[in-house]
Design a protein around this ligand. Sequence first.
Ligand code: PMP
Length: 324
Amino acid sequence: SCTYEKGKWGPLELLPYGPITMYPTAKVLHYAQEIFEGMKAYRVNGQGPFIFRPEENYLRFNRSAERMAMPHIPHNIFMDSVFELVSYTANFVPRRSGESLYLRPFMFATEESLGIKPAEKFRFMVIASASGSYFSNTSEGLSVYIERENARAFPGGTGFAKAGGNYAAGLSAAIKTKQLGFVQTLWLDARERKYIEEMSGMNVFVVINNELCTPKISDTILDGITRKSLIALARDSGYTVHEKNIDINELIEDIRAGRCTEAFACGTAAIITPINYFGESDGERIPLHFPEGKISMELREKLLAIQEGRVADTYKWIATVEPK
Ligand code: PMP
């Protein structure tokens, strides 16, 4: 944990997990001035711990900070807190393939005032928590509800930032998704309500005519680190990858006609999790022909092998932590 006041960051502190105190007027509680990151440390077979692409999380954190009128975090504070925490908890990092230590750096406005203006006092913290394999928990694949009414992000808004308020806005859709019998929500663009954007905590890829397609990054989509890594891995494995607008109604036609065979969600939590079917509010389901398709599973294995340190890190994506 570390605080920011009078234009300066204070010293880093290692604290036991427990409640924190804040004034009820802290701006974060009223105006949601909060940002976060999600990253993982791997320690399969006792090697490592390895952290996947932490520089990318650092850069994205500061892009989010800028959008939310918060101070940049210095590189050494972000990295030292993440690396120290993993180093101290190295013995608790799960060691089975697919398991990891999930890390959650976050920053929020603590300034005590109800005035609607940017805060000047902030707190940065990182918490760690052991995490199982998302894919093995959803072994029958993901069922994805197409949210055609509400939107998550708006052009010019905060959608590209990893800011708490974006997720609060999506929670009612999570309830609807569950009530309708689905697991994940697929968001469409706010303007035309027809181009697929992402899921509530994952980016999305589809395989059409054996080529990978994923929505282009814009100011309404989170620039996922897994997505970016998969584009590189897929291209280097000889696949064609298109970053383009994907019309949901055309996609449904492509699935029905057998042109779109696979679809998957990807992210730090999901790695790659195959999608079983898309569905509508009237209960209609559009199943994928190969929910655990060849391309999805090949890329999943390639990515996980790098993250877990099982193959040579030719991309220089892995940072090694010295256990304490
Ligand atoms: N979209 C959203 C909205 C997310 O919260 C996440 C998880 N960070 C992702 C996509 C995937 O991003 P990443 O691969 O960096 O975890």
